[in-house]
Design a protein around this ligand. Structure first.
Ligand code: NAI
Ligand code: 15L
Length: 263
């Protein structure tokens, strides 16, 4: 059990869910976001902090022996907010980690780091990144920071290229990219319990019938997702119009993100 686990982005979709699920991993959960986090429960510390503020992030990381880094811009947006949270913020986090005990980190990367691979192409964690927008580029930057701080300073990071982690898949694409909360919880638990982690890249998807991602290079981690999106297929087929085969959402792993540019 860790002493203190920091969850950034704790007011977001994944943060709210994992605040409940990850409590057993540490004596204290330190929860942080730029927006309100509600009332602190037993064994919780709440810290409002902009990831772009270097001094504040240094204070935030001090005393933590693990970090689940969910905080930041999570969709395609203009450059300035992405640069503050996902570029400056990630630098601030790794510098703070270097100076304050080198905690193990989960970096919430995204399938949009490789969104311009085709859905008929199965990729593993050795492929060159092909980001599908500025958001995806910022995740590639975060992955590079994780590798550099591992190679140079020994900080261990699990880079998780999360697919679509929501209560349910909502369209045909997310039948392939869906990651259940339960499977993500078991992945996070493995990441913090293995004796040696290094700096692996793991695709975050459940055991879906259709998949674009090959995690065989990280089988040593001992993570076996149990859920499958098939339980939702009939509902999607009954309620969602199937897109044409040549639409972006059918062609690219990143789906419609490949078509969005907000500058
Ligand atoms: P979310 O958008 O619901 O949560 C992100 C949180 O970060 C928000 O609560 C927001 O207030 C906070 N934040 C934004 N800018 C900030 C700043 N400058 N300083 C401090 N906090 C800031 O996103 P979600 O879905 O919970 O995702 C969590 C992480 O996982 C994100 O990094 C996202 O890119 C990544 N991810 C999520 C996926 C998913 O399917 N949910 C898929 C791929 C990646
Ligand atoms: C992401 O990276 C986003 O954070 C999330 O909101 C979803 O859009 C997800 O990818 C996805 O590709 O479904």
């Amino acid at each position: 059990m860790m002493n203190r686990l920091l969850i950034t982005g704790a007011a977001g979709g994944l943060g709210v869910e994992m605040r409940k699920r990850l409590a057993p991993l540490a004596k204290t959960l330190r929860l942080s976001d730029i927006v309100d986090l509600g009332t602190a429960g037993a064994n919780e510390e709440l810290v409002i902090c902009d990831l772009g503020n270097r001094a504040a992030v240094a204070d935030l990381v001090q005393g933590c022996d693990g970090i689940v880094h969910f905080g930041g811009v999570s969709t395609e947006q203009p450059w300035d907010p992405i640069a503050n949270a996902n570029i400056q913020g990630v630098f601030n986090l790794y510098e703070a980690a270097r100076l304050h005990g080198k905690p193990r980190i989960l970096f919430a990367s995204s399938n949009h780091a490789t969104g311009f691979y085709r859905q008929d192409h199965r990729i593993d964690n050795t492929v060159y990144p092909r980001p599908d927008g500025l958001y995806g580029v910022s995740k590639v930057f975060g992955e590079a920071m994780a590798h550099m701080y591992h190679d140079k300073f020994g900080i261990e990071t699990a880079i998780v290229r999360i697919g679509s982690s929501f209560p349910e898949p909502w369209d045909y694409r997310s039948l392939a990219s869906w990651l259940s909360y339960s499977d993500f919880q078991t992945l996070i638990t493995r990441i913090f319990e293995v004796p040696e982690l290094g700096c692996p890249i793991i695709y975050g998807a459940s055991a879906n019938a259709t998949t674009w991602w090959d995690n065989s290079n990280t089988a040593w981690l001992g993570w076996s997702p149990k859920d499958s999106s098939e339980q939702f297929r009939a509902k999607i087929e009954a309620t969602v119009e199937k897109p044409a085969d040549d639409e972006a959402v059918s062609v690219w792993q990143g789906g419609v993100f490949t078509t969005i540019h907000k500058e």
